[in-house]
Design a protein around this ligand. Structure first.
Ligand code: NAD
Ligand code: LMR
Length: 336
C-alpha cells in the first residue's frame, strides 16, 4: 500500500469516539511530563491517564483532573506505586530522566538515564508487557536498545511495540522546511531517519511531500539546523534544560497516532526509532505504519533513490549510531 502522509488526519478523527484507552506517563511531573499530560488529557481516545513520578506528581494530577475532558487522572508516587501505575495500560510513555545543559551531548546523560530507563522498563515488563512503550529519555539511540534488552531478559520483548520517540525531529523538519519555502505548514511532511542525536538525525529532504526542490545550500542549511535543533533550545534555555513544550507536542502526536492505530485506523504513519532490518544496524529510525499490534510495516521506499548528499550522510551516521546502540546493549547485558 502507498505510504500515507504522516500529517494526514483520518476524517473519523473528528467523529465522536468511545474513549477507552489507558495511558501512563512515567516522569509525569517533569518539564516534558506536565505539558504532555495536559495534551493527553485533551484526547477523546483516553479514558484514564496514569501519572507516575518520584516526586511532585500529586499536585500535577489534582490540577489536571479539573479539566472537563473525559479521562480520569490518577497519580502514583515512587517505586512502591509504580506497579499500580502500569495496571491495564495500553501505552506507556517514558520521559523520565535528566535533560542536557549547554555544552553537553545527549550521550553525557547516559550514566544517569540508562539506569532510570532500565528500572522503569523492568516494571513495564512485569506489569504491562503488552503495552506500546514510547521512550523519550535520552540518549534515545542507547536507551531504546537498553529497553529491548530488559524486555528480552524478562521474556516479553515484542519489537513491534517498542519505540524511540523521534517525532520531534519530524515536527522540526516540517516547521523549518515550511518556513524556508513559504509553504502551508499542515501539508509539509519530511521523513527523518537514522537516530536521535547530532549527525544520526537525517532528514530526507528529497522525500519531502508535497515535492519541493532545494538548492544544495538550502539542503545543507536545513539539514544542519534540524540536526542541531535540540542544541538550539538547550542553548536558548541557558542551563534550564532542553526542549519540553515542542517535545510534549511531538510526543502527544505520537501517542495520538498510537491510539488511533490501536483503535483500528488503517492509515497511521509516523517516524520512530525501532528494531529494523532497513540497514545493517539493529535499530533505525524510519517511517513506519502503525497498527493494532504496533509496527505493521517499515517503509523502505524512503531509502530508495537518495540524493548523493543523503546517501553520504547515511553512511556517515552509521558508525556513531552503531556505537550508541552497542553501548546500550552492553550496559543492559552487564547488569544482568
Ligand atoms: P525534567 O528534569 O524536567 O523532568 C524529568 C522528570 O523525570 C522529573 O520530574 C523527575 O522527577 C523524573 N524522574 C527522574 N527519575 C525518575 C524515575 N526513576 N522514575 C520516574 N521519574 C523519574 O526533564 P525533561 O526536560 O522533562 O526531559 C526528560 C528527558 O527527555 C531527558 O532525558 C531529555 O534529554 C529527554 N528529551 C528527549 C527528547 C526526544 O526527542 N526524544 C526531547 C526532549 C527531551
Ligand atoms: C531534543 O532533540 O530537543 C532532545 O533530544 C533534547 C536535547 O538534549 O536536545
Amino acid at each position: 500500500s502507498k505510504p500515507g502522509n504522516q500529517n494526514q488526519r483520518n476524517p473519523n478523527h473528528l467523529q465522536p469516539r468511545a474513549s477507552s484507552f489507558k495511558v501512563a506517563v512515567l516522569g509525569a511531573a517533569g518539564g516534558i511530563g506536565q505539558p504532555l499530560a495536559l495534551l493527553i488529557k485533551m484526547s477523546p481516545l483516553v479514558s484514564a491517564l496514569h501519572l507516575y513520578d518520584i516526586a511532585n506528581v500529586k499536585g500535577v494530577a489534582a490540577d489536571l483532573s479539573h479539566c472537563n475532558t473525559p479521562s480520569k487522572v490518577l497519580d502514583f508516587t515512587g517505586p512502591a506505586e509504580l506497579a499500580d501505575s502500569l495496571k491495564d495500560v495500553d501505552v506507556v510513555v517514558i520521559p523520565a530522566g535528566v535533560p542536557r545543559k549547554p555544552g553537553m551531548t545527549r550521550d553525557d546523560l547516559f550514566n544517569i538515564n540508562a539506569n532510570i530507563v532500565k528500572t522503569l522498563v523492568e516494571a513495564v515488563a512485569d506489569h504491562a508487557p503488552e503495552a506500546f512503550i514510547h521512550i523519550i529519555s535520552n540518549p534515545v539511540n542507547s536507551t531504546v536498545p537498553i529497553a529491548a534488552e530488559v524486555l528480552k531478559a524478562k521474556g516479553v520483548y515484542d519489537p513491534k511495540k517498542l519505540f524511540g520517540v523521534t517525532t520531534l525531529d519530524v515536527v522540526r523538519a516540517n516547521t523549518f522546511v515550511a518556513q524556508k519555502k513559504n509553504l502551508k505548514l499542515i501539508d509539509v511532511d519530511v521523513p527523518v531517519i537514522g537516530g536521535h542525536a547530532g549527525i544520526t538525525i537525517l532528514p530526507l529532504l528529497s522525500k519531502t511531500r508535497p515535492p519541493v526542490s532545494f538548492t544544495d545550500e538550502e539542503v545543507e542549511q536545513l539539514t544542519v539546523r534540524i540536526q542541531n535543533a535540540g542544541t538550539e533550545v538547550v542553548e536558548a534555555k541557558a542551563g534550564a534544560g532542553s526542549a519540553t513544550l515542542s517535545m510534549a507536542y511531538a510526543a502527544a502526536r505520537f501517542v495520538e497516532s498510537s491510539l488511533r492505530a490501536l483503535d483500528g485506523d488503517g492509515d497511521v504513519y509516523e517516524c520512530a526509532f525501532v528494531q529494523s532490518e532497513l540497514t545493517e544496524l539493529p535499530f533505525f529510525a524510519s517511517r513506519i505504519k502503525l497498527g493494532r499490534k504496533g509496527v505493521e510495516a517499515v517503509i523502505s521506499t524512503d531509502l530508495q533513490n537518495l540524493t548523493d548528499y543523503e546517501a553520504k550522510a547515511l553512511e556517515a551516521l552509521k558508525p556513531e549510531l552503531k556505537a550508541s546502540i552497542e553501548k546500550g546493549i552492553s550496559f543492559a547485558q552487564k547488569q544482568k
